[in-house]
Design a protein. Sequence first.
Length: 618
Amino acid sequence: MTTFPDRKTTMTSQPVIKSFPKPSELTVPPGAEGWEKLYPYNLAFQNLGGAEDEKFWFCDSQHWPTVFKPFETIGGEFAVKCLGQYNTRHLLIPPANGIEFKIHLGYLYMSPVPVAEEEIAARVPEFERRAGHYFQNWDSLLDGWHAKVLGTIDEMESLSFTALPDVVPFEDIVAGKAKDGSEVLMENYDRLIQLCYQNWQYHFEFLNLGYLAYLDFFGFCKELFPGIPDQAIAKMVQGVDMELFRPDDELKKLAVLAVELGLQSAFEDTDDVAGTLNRVRAADGGQEWADAYLGAQDPWFNFTVGNGFYGHDKYWIDHQEIPLGYIKDYIRRVEEGHDIMRPVDALVAERDRVVAEYRELVGADQQAQFDAKRGLAATAYPYVENHNFYIEHWTMGVFWRKVRELGKVFAVADFWAAPEDMLYLTRNEVRDALFDLVTGWAVGAEPTGPHYWPQEVERRRGIIDALSSQRPQPALNTPPAQITEPFTMMLYGITTEQVRQWLGSDQDTDDGSIRGMAASPGVVEGRARVITHADQLGEVQEGEILVATITAPSWGPIFGKIKATVTDIGGMMSHAAIVCREYGLPAVTGTGTGSTTITTGQLLRVDGTAGRVEILEA
């Protein structure tokens, strides 16, 4: 059923003669000594007995671009573990098991686990049976997925974390309850962790299949049309209606409505959320807009400007100055006569044109197969982005809110100064701190935590700050002569050519240009705006070229202002590539060092068709 693309014909056979640094060779930033003790023992390279210096590892700065605080490793652990289980235990994907992962100097590194060549054929029949069940029942199974995920979110919302009372209520004495309520605090914490884990298992139920459906069509097209560009295949599934774009679409509709109702002046100072909403309601027609704004919040404001993996990620529902600021900018652009809507009609027209052109080249005996594979890819393709809203954004938004609620209980008890300080503990240390807290309360004595954790949190904060002062190496150790694992290539853009470029051994880059994945077509020139953190998005100016380690799917409101995107990591099926294609923006992904080579203000020419970035002037 599924064929996997053979990219060897497009890759040079010349072996890579250089190597990336070994983990043991990297310098620890001053002040970060002892950093490895902050994380669970199984995540440290140092406990692999030297094997860490043998395997090829790449840094997943696409999903984890900044240093982990100890509690935040939960996202990396759950995500990569659950990805692996679907490859290895659920679907038996023929050439690919899971991905081994470790933390080094605060950043997440990955090493794909291959399937032995002699074992691949035996996995094919069972893989086809299991994947075939999903593909044949896609719609009904996806309906069930939504019900499971939303049920998990609802239960997570129901959990509460509040300080224990001075005394057990008399009603509990009368009822013979015989418990003091501390068990609820501990049970809710354990349940919060389990619910988060549960939705991460659901996350990958369809995701790998979405990639596989596209890879199947990709490989089929490469066989039929050996010279077909990767972008032409991507165009044949573009222009779809994705739920991930709904939050941005809701803001655009609200901006248009504000202009229609003449409410522009109410948005002068959107940092003042209460003042802005009060000015809107006081204006003629303002209540209509306020009702529409409230209606958009559930569920579409469960959205973060980050990626959901960090406790510091800001969610629209909690920081409404963010969506109001985007609305203000959209209002300005509407008044200036800009078309702020995504160019869906143009994308669909281009998709249909490309599909028709290639279908005409297919023999009559293979047209039905071409239609079926393209149709399956188009059906599964939206999930590749839509799952982000339900898991990374909605689920993790609720999760981090509950973490802060528990952190506040500790802060009130003087375990640390602020709710967010709990992020400097691992999740198992939090469980120990919880028992310390309830024990002191139960016996009427002071717990140990207030004497231990404040200075320990500050010590760990200093280590995290020191680690954050140093950018990660893009990869470690000697890469293989050929990289063939399909997900590594398509999602991360880790190809043989890209690795050679990162090492400086690609002769094609002698002209000084920066090469990467040709992720979204088009050629533009403009000034660079280098962004290393979502908090800098407000600095992006109209007509600039966004240069970043990676973009988040939630940066949609920014894509209407910029001319193109350049990222350090990401392949044809990365979030950055997909979102840029759907917004009609040129993009070059997987450059490796674009964000550290380019500086803000430099004049660039971005060729998203060829995967090339030129620095025209400093």
